[in-house]
Design a protein around this ligand. Structure first.
Ligand code: PEP
Ligand code: MN
Length: 350
């Protein structure tokens, strides 16, 4: 059920409706929009009895939401959601494109700083890197853990980039929340519902990557899990799905971008690195992603891909990344979008 407030409903009226909903044993999710606030009602008690809700001051109408996803749906918010990072120009969603780049795994301070310097110069506003790696083999490099997170926090201080990194369980989530600006939920964990709920209680934005075999509905439901716990700063990421194709590691499903945008107000970005698994396909698919209307890109970049601890074959060299950004900028312009540089903080000594 969705309560649509009148255009001029006051904050007190919104609060009173939320209180009434909670007193009935449900959860209220107030979503301010450009023209009006909508309040989503969730809770696992089945159908909500409208009761006296529609008679409360400021209420325009009650709408039954029949889709399984409610808070991610455009029914509750018609316009696109924009995630903002106060004190910077970086946004995810809206007119600006979000460019995230960095190594698959954080390997050392030197490696992280070498990449961060180059990608920041090329136009990235976000630094990606894994400190906790969900590897197919238990014998592969598992990440530096908290040390990796500390290095990422230093990258933020030095270059002003916002940092995004994956949490693989509740324990790593506590630390990721402490050090990072965005929590990444990996493809393998897209249906780890307790982890999604924990992310929903985090105070920072969450990026949900599409599972390797997830349908559109399953993908949206994963985001719904996060939002249902009260975290509304959610973005989606298409990273390729498993098919019979053997010319790539995964099949990057760019058609999911307009499909998501039709149904959901959430921003969606594309990961052509995991999405193709091949360095030579990252630039063409990055161009394609922006042309179909994605809100940004997340790209693996390594100074020495041949010796990367993980995913070297799909990692771009910094100079190739810079060239890719140049090409993408031209396409962005044609799409009425731009890549806004992140405002650097003033740091003494440089
Ligand atoms: C990654 O970003 O390095 C990663 C492991 O992503 P995914 O969860 O999409 O495989
Ligand atoms: Mn990777």
């Amino acid at each position: 059920m969705l309560v649509v407030m009148k255009a001029h409903a006051t904050e007190e009226q919104v609060r009173a409706v939320c209180q009434k909903i909670e007193s009935l044993g449900y959860r209220a999710h107030a979503m301010p929009g450009a023209e009006r606030t909508a309040i989503g009602i969730t809770g696992n008690r089945g159908v909500v009895e409208p009761g006296t809700l529609d008679e409360l001051p400021g209420v325009q109408e009650l709408i039954r939401v029949t889709k399984p996803y409610k808070l991610v749906s455009r029914d509750i918010r018609a316009e696109n959601s924009v995630i903002r990072f106060p004190g910077t120009n970086a946004t995810i969603g809206g007119k600006g494109l979000a460019i995230m780049a960095g190594p698959c795994s954080i390997e050392s301070h030197e490696q992280a700083f070498a990449v961060a310097e180059r990608v920041s110069h090329a136009g990235a506003q976000f630094f990606r890197g894994g400190a906790y790696k969900p590897r197919t083999s238990p014998y592969s490099f598992q990440g530096l853990g908290e040390e990796g997170l500390r290095i990422m926090a230093e990258v933020r201080d030095r270059f002003g980039l916002k940092v995004i990194t994956e949490a693989i369980d509740n324990e790593s989530m506590d630390l990721v929340e402490k050090y990072a600006d965005i929590i990444q939920i990996g493809a393998r964990n897209m249906q780890n519902y307790s982890l999604l709920k924990r992310a929903g209680r985090a105070k920072i934005p969450v990026m949900v990557k599409r599972g390797m075999s997830a349908t559109l509905e399953e993908f949206l439901m994963a985001a719904e899990y996060v939002m249902s716990e009260g975290n509304y700063n959610v973005l989606l990421c298409e990273r390729g799905i498993r098919t019979f194709a053997d010319h790539t590691r995964n099949t990057l499903d760019l058609s999911v971008i307009p499909a998501v945008q039709r149904l959901s107000h959430l921003p969606i970005i594309v990961d052509p690195s995991q999405g193709t698994g091949k360095r030579n396909k990252v630039t063409p698919l990055s161009r394609g992603a922006i042309a179909v209307g994605a809100d940004g890109l997340i790209i693996e970049v390594h100074p020495d891909p041949a010796h990367a601890a993980s995913d070297g074959k799909q990692s771009l060299k910094p100079e190739t990344f810079a060239e890719m950004v140049k090409q993408v900028k031209l396409i962005a312009e044609a799409m009425g979008r731009r890549i806004a540089p992140i405002k650097k903080p003033v740091v003494a000594g440089w």
